[in-house]
Write a protein that binds this ligand. Sequence first.
Ligand code: FUB
Length: 372
Amino acid sequence: MLSKSTPNRFSSLALLLPLVLGSACQSNSKTDSAAASEASTTAPADSASRKYLAEPLVKEIYTADPSAHVFNGRIYIYPSHDIETGMPENDNGDHFAMRDYHILSMDSIGGKVTDHGVALDTKDIPWAGRQLWAPDAAFKNGTYYLYFPLKDKQDIFRIGVATSKSPTGPFKAEPKPMAGSLSIDPAVFTDTDGKTYMYMGGIWGGQLQRWRTGTYNGSNPKEQEPAANEPSVGPRVARLADDMKQFAEPVREVKIVDKDGKVLLSGDNNRRFFEGAWMHKYNDQYYFTYSTGDTHFLAYATGTSPYGPFTYQGTFMNPVEGWTTHHSIVEVNGKWYIFYHDTELSGKTWLRNVKVTELKRGADGSIALINP
Ligand code: FUB
């Protein structure tokens, strides 16, 4: 992740974007912008005056990176908890200096949102260095698992796991990070056969490019990034063991390919993986969704195995206000929703607020473009 003065360079476009869900899935920013302006001419009149697609779910604290799940019929959101620390913005993302998690819940989309208070604090994580970034959660056999990225005492991002008997915590962290884990943004997906996988990774400040040789190497934000004409750095995936606290197999790289089966290039900034992976399954297809980072899109790629390869299909969300874009997709009572964030409350990239809106699809399974 990068810092940039806020709002981002797309924000003026975002101000003009209407409250519509487009139907096309575009492959680059030029076509996305074209679709957006076409959509704006067909938007309902009252939407022209609305700057944002949805309301912040909570306003008392800043929240970001929402990973949403339905557990026992209730919706739980596992977000980052953004705070103001005065850290300067830089390419390492030092200004995202979060220290704890608050879990949110609601009984329905549009229902009252409850903030359940501190669920896990850095001071209670034995291996903690700094920066609690985007978490995710899972449930198995009566236990809830909270997965979180955190820099260790050597300033290397690892993934930790903490457990609780309640979906809202408090969670107790394991004494060490998960062996073999790396980088940021864990996303945990349980397949219809009961097997659970973790996707992870993010380039630049998320450090994924520093693992290209298999071991951690480098210290500057973009050091070790492939040249523009080389294959991009792929996110990672591994199946979780039955105890949900370790990987059952070596972590492997996920390939995101174009229609010809070629891995997207590192210089293909409008399409290549940057951070914020998510996985969901729809009509027996695996949908791998992610942020393109410095071009600020949410993109999707599909495949027939949880390991990929995933074929790039298009953008499904145009840039939000703020530099980062991060999401989750969840089915609630037969409808699909995207949880996401922007910076409506603060106007500052590092103080974000989570939101939710409906996700729509074409008959062919394509995801409709959302203009936030
Ligand atoms: O919240 C910190 C980082 O910002 C996340 O890990 C990234 O996905 C981006 O949203």
